[in-house]
Design a binder for this molecule. Structure first.
Ligand code: ZN
Length: 389
């Protein structure tokens, strides 16, 4: 049943080729997670040439075939503009992820005090906000802002919050029940726990019923590879973010770029238990390429060579650090899918690859569908097992 999932622990499976859902179902059956089987951002749809309706129809077909009769959701991911909403509503999506990242003032983190003061004063509701958040006299555990930390939070996030409110209000005109997520995970600088508090507090105050929130954490969450950064520092930081979510108790923590973050899952499970949503996408595409590497080496080599050509351009809208000069020199093609640099190169060039070889790619996967589903099952069981609390 396609339905909002509210606070049930959930796991999102982006599927750029529209063929992976049977493998996702096999991995997820019997776990505590409710699945999002259709999850596609506008950016992904542009690159794969699919419409919101097609993405949902592909997932629905697989759900029917597998006789999956438990709740599942469909995520309109990273919606940035009001005009993007209707086509996802019409198609029947249940989960809407708002990305107000373009309204975040990243410079607020480093603005000198006089600039910060001027910017804060120009925020329309500054007087009201400062009254709400300053001078709490230490009465509450959270939300004790110093003037400067409040100025930074307001300057950095106020416009983004206002945009999220507009998106929520527009959606509410179309639908009564839906999951609503606010994500600031693709901003330039991390979200501090105090800023996380400010965002959640303002959204709540302004009447936004959000079911999940995705902060940007410290360190690097790059696509299709494990976490890059200091895990102990992350653990400490996550504990503070978990205190914020516990304070409100009304929404799940959402982890974006959740593919292959094997070292982070135990920390997420430790701090949030069941109050989590995890998003993956590119890793299912990489599992498809793993099948090609074993069974259709010629096609794999064409995709790999195109990937190397297109990487420098295609990587621009992603946070990745792979270096073409570091690609391994090997004839063992499946081993490339275990290499950091090759994974990122193959990951971010999916749009170019699908544009040129999509038909061949899909027919090869249909030919080797048992291997594909089995690869997906094993790969996602690894994810889901580490998220057990
Ligand atoms: Zn994201």
């Amino acid at each position: 049943m396609l339905t909002p999932l509210s606070l049930i622990p959930s796991f999102g499976f982006g599927d750029r080729l529209g063929l992976a859902t049977p493998g996702h179902i096999a991995a997820l059956r019997g776990t505590k997670f409710a699945p999002i089987f259709a999850q596609q951002s506008v950016r992904e749809n542009t690159r794969t040439g699919r419409t919101p309706q097609q993405v949902l129809d592909d997932a629905k077909r697989a759900v029917d075939t597998a006789k999956w009769d438990a709740p599942w959701g469909a995520d309109a991911d990273h919606l940035k503009m009001l005009e993007e909403i209707p086509s996802f509503v019409d198609a029947g999506y249940t989960f809407f992820t708002i990305d107000p990242g373009e309204y975040v003032d990243n410079a607020a983190d480093s603005d000198p005090l006089d600039v910060l003061k001027r910017k804060a004063a120009s925020v329309m509701n500054w007087d009201h906000i400062s009254m709400l958040y300053l001078d709490q006299n230490g009465e509450q555990v959270w939300g004790n802002f110093e003037l400067v930390s409040l100025q930074r939070a307001v300057v950095k996030y106020n416009n983004a919050i206002q945009h999220a409110v507009s998106m929520f209000n527009r959606l509410s005109q179309f639908k009564e029940y839906f999951d609503f997520e606010v994500s600031v995970d693709e901003t330039d600088s991390p979200t501090t726990p105090l800023e996380h508090f400010f965002i959640a507090s303002e959204l709540t105050r302004l009447g936004v019923r959000f079911t999940s929130l995705a902060p940007r954490f410290i360190g690097r969450f790059e696509k299709g590879v494990d976490y890059i950064g200091d895990l102990d520092a992350l653990d400490t930081e996550l504990a503070k973010h978990a205190a914020v979510t516990a304070h409100f108790g009304t929404y799940k923590l959402s982890l974006h770029s959740g593919s292959d973050k094997f070292s982070v899952y135990p920390l997420i499970a430790k701090h949030w238990g069941n109050r989590i949503h995890v998003k993956t996408a590119g890793t299912s595409y990489l599992e498809a390429l793993r099948v090609l590497a074993s069974h259709e080496p010629d096609l794999f080599l064409k995709i790999y060579s195109l990937g190397r050509e297109c990487y420098e351009v295609d990587k621009r809208t992603y946070h990745v650090s792979a270096d073409l000069k570091m690609l391994p020199n090997t004839n063992d093609l499946p081993s490339l899918l275990n290499d950091f640099h090759a994974r990122e190169v193959l990951h971010v060039t999916f749009g170019s690859a699908i544009g040129k070889f999509g038909v061949e790619l899909k027919s090869a996967l249909k030919k080797h569908e048992i291997a594909y589903y089995e690869g997906l099952r094993i790969h996602f069981e690894k994810h889901l097992n580490l998220l057990k609390d």
